[in-house]
Ligand binder design. Structure first.
Ligand SMILES: [Mg+2]
Length: 122
């Protein structure tokens, strides 16, 4: 039987000081290590607190999901404060544009995530 390794990390007192944010040095260590071996975080706090402490943990999750499910025609994105959205490619929030661009020259989109806020000029 083939067996793989995974490294499980506690959060408070291990990846971070208790209830504090991860240090730059530890973040870099995690980024480099996850290229070589599977990593997971096991914490006692809810996802929003862990995300606050570890920062871009959802970015890593999205990247891993896209890598593992690249053949399924799915797109993954950060969905709000505590979730990751999965949907068929092309079915993100830009889906509505196909019904709006014939009527509007400029479309402003407002969302809570800075990287999807945009001004669309058609
Ligand atoms: Mg602990």
């Amino acid at each position: 039987m083939s067996r793989k390794a995974i490294l499980l990390f506690d959060v408070d007192g291990t990846l971070t000081a208790a209830r504090q944010s991860i240090t730059k040095k530890m973040r870099e260590f995690m980024h480099e290590t996850h290229k070589k071996v599977h990593l997971a975080v096991v914490g006692g706090s809810d996802l929003s607190k862990i995300t606050e402490q570890l920062g871009d943990i959802k970015d890593l999750l999205v990247a891993e999901l896209e890598k593992r499910f690249s053949d399924y025609g799915l797109k993954f994105s950060i969905g709000g404060q505590t979730s990751v959205d999965a949907f068929p490619i092309g079915w993100d929030k830009t889906y509505c544009l196909r019904y709006l661009t014939s009527e509007y020259d400029t479309i402003h989109f407002f969302g809570e995530l800075y990287h999807i806020q945009c001004l669309i000029t058609v």
